[in-house]
Design a protein around this ligand. Sequence first.
Ligand SMILES: C[S@@+](CC[C@H](N)C(=O)[O-])C[C@H]1O[C@@H](n2cnc3c(N)ncnc32)[C@H](O)[C@@H]1O
Length: 315
Amino acid sequence: MHNVPITARRAPLRRVALILAALAGAAPAIAEDFGDTPYVQTPQNVVDKMLEIAKVGPRDFVIDLGSGDGRMIITAAKKHGARGFGVDLDRRLVVLANRNAAKAGVADRAVFYERDLYKTDIRRATVMTIYLLPEVNLMVRPKLLSSLRPGTRIVSHDYDMGEWTPELSLVMDAPGKTVGRDMKSKVFYWVVPATVSGTWRWQVTTAGRTQDFDLAAEQMFQNFDGAVVSEGRSGKIEGGKLAGDRITLATTIDDGGGATRYEFSGRVAGDRIKGEIRMVRNGETSKTPWVARRVEKRQPRHMSLPPPTPFDPPR
Ligand SMILES: C[S@@+](CC[C@H](N)C(=O)[O-])C[C@H]1O[C@@H](n2cnc3c(N)ncnc32)[C@H](O)[C@@H]1O
């Protein structure tokens, strides 16, 4: 995570108050200002959609970063039987959210803390919800990617995460929206990918012959590229993709006597992959277990992307 001082982090939030005011135009009061951080509610129909997209259920632990009046976690508990907590810097909102949880009868499963989202331990989450700002999303992105378990679902209201392509995005009517002129909201959805950057090694035995394989992977969020090398011959990774801990890739290696197409699918657990290899050679298909171990670990490329540039307030 980028180490940004709290004052610098909060600056964009002050900016959003200005943006919100500008967006609102002639419309009357919009963002309620609880102190120096802008507070804007997600309309209830958008909350419902976000939780539906993330398929929140009774086994989920949902965390809302910047929880406002608590509606996201309270709805997750009341309508979907989930548990979770929200954090907000504003004490009055935290008191309000805990009061709302009690009124809704879910105070045992929806709890709110006065806490800075950057200092919050989020490792327990199976679902994360956010309604922050574009720059804040980018600042929090490394924390989400490095702390959350592969497969954790993230849903964001209105703002994306820069270079991290969402699995799903939509625009919907938001009749209760208190900011903007068009009464529309955007929703973005991602799944935290396993980390596979580095070199992986395995062996394949076919017709009594054992071959060594190396996979060198360079990862950018849920995608990776690189090469598979076996006995001095290499094939480019095609369609290298992570869906949580599920990994798929393909390659074609020509050994001089003909080309073999390899299709890999499996599950990543730390420095191990277990799955299956489908091989096609001369029109014949065979399958064999795929058990790989990482022999060299590297930082994924997405962890060294530059942080957002500091905001210059409008004059
Ligand atoms: C746009 S509101 C979203 C409220 C709620 N999640 C919702 O969707 O209705 C953003 C909230 O984040 C809180 N916030 C801003 N910066 C924060 C930080 N660094 N740590 C915790 N909360 C923060 C604000 O006080 C505000 O309540």
